[in-house]
Design a protein around this ligand. Structure first.
Ligand SMILES: Cc1ncc(C[n+]2csc(CCOP(=O)(O)OP(=O)(O)O)c2C)c(N)n1
Ligand SMILES: [Mg+2]
Length: 298
């Protein structure tokens, strides 16, 4: 395969049901942790955390190599959260990974907490960068992936970004750079929830056709239902099989639903930053559990 060829056909066997169930269970716990943090504040980016929980579970419970007791271990894979406002989801994943104690989630967003509302690398174990100023994550990821390769490291870099971040020119400069440097150790995960702070992505700045854009930048590009754990795992398996070995950067474009798993929140009008009333939290938890148990294949 040449570096510029486009490979979209699944190339490996479907992930085993036990593996899918294990990651779905992790995603359920991540959603549960996100509700815990949301309830502490009564509001926040809860919809994004729920929407991205399957992606985060696939990353932390299936893909990343790390040492929970030593988050700075040199041999770790790097997960870079561009979107600082998704920190609530990232903390939930870090708790699931054993890097942040579950009990600490109750401090979310409070004074002196290690878990501020926007992700800060100096505050939180396992938070590699201070995201939030959108459009920087992929540029940092490219430098990190190049640096790791120059050091002879086998570590991978995964950058989580949002559809709103595709508006940023720096993202596309980084995409060009990754292809130029043949960074097979770099994967971008884009949460396409069709939403931004000011409204629907299509109305703010249309980025479609997104798949063709990434392909034209030379990336191994797959677009999946980002709330389908089996599809996410298969996409990662494809990358390991055909993109990483030939030095091709890879992107998984993940179509997700804001508030996924909690129907009450899936249908919120103002979904970017949600206010959730005191009496609604219990309903959220019941809906989350009912939905998970209702669809569990195990
Ligand atoms: C460079 C930059 N410009 C503007 C903002 C303000 N901002 C914060 S979140 C956000 C929306 C970005 O889109 P997306 O992450 O897709 O939104 P969501 O899906 O979370 O609603 C914006 C514009 C920012 N953080 N950084
Ligand atoms: Mg969005």
């Amino acid at each position: 395969m040449t570096l510029s060829s486009v490979e979209t056909t699944p190339v490996v066997a479907a992930p085993k049901p036990e593996r899918v169930d294990r990651i779905r269970a992790a995603a359920y716990r991540i959603r549960d942790h996100a509700l815990t943090m949301g309830e502490v504040q009564g509001q926040g980016y809860v919809g994004q955390a729920l929407g991205a929980a399957d992606m985060l579970a696939a990353v932390y419970a299936d893909q990343l190599t790390y040492r929970a007791e030593d988050p700075h271990w040199e041999g770790r894979d790097r997960f870079l959260l561009s979107t600082g406002h998704y920190a609530i989801g990232h903390y939930a994943a870090l708790a699931e990974a054993g890097i942040v104690p579950v009990a600490e989630l109750e401090t979310y967003g409070s004074d002196d907490s290690r878990l501020p509302m926007s992700g800060m690398s100096t505050y939180t174990p396992g938070m590699e960068i201070s995201g939030g100023s959108l459009g920087h994550g992929l540029t940092i990821a490219v430098g990190m992936a190049l640096g790791l390769r120059l050091q002879g490291s086998a570590s991978r870099v995964i950058n989580f970004l949002s559809d709103g971040e595709l508006d940023e020119g720096s993202t596309w400069e980084a995409a060009m750079g990754a292809h130029h440097h043949q960074l097979g150790n770099l994967t971008a995960l884009v949460d396409i929830n069709a939403l931004q702070a000011d409204g629907a992505t299509d109305t703010v700045l249309r980025t479609e056709p997104v798949t063709e854009k990434w392909e034209s930048f030379g990336w191994y590009t797959q677009r999946v239902d980002g709330n389908d754990v089996g599809a996410l795992l298969a996409a990662f398996d494809n990358i390991a099989a055909v993109a990483a070995p030939v030095g091709r950067p890879s992107v998984i474009l993940c179509d997700t639903k804001v508030g996924r798993g909690v129907p009450l929140l899936e249908n919120r009008e103002k979904a970017h930053f949600m206010r959730i009333e005191e009496n609604e939290w219990q309903i959220c938890r019941e809906q989350l559990t009912a939905g998970y148990e209702g669809t569990a294949s195990a």
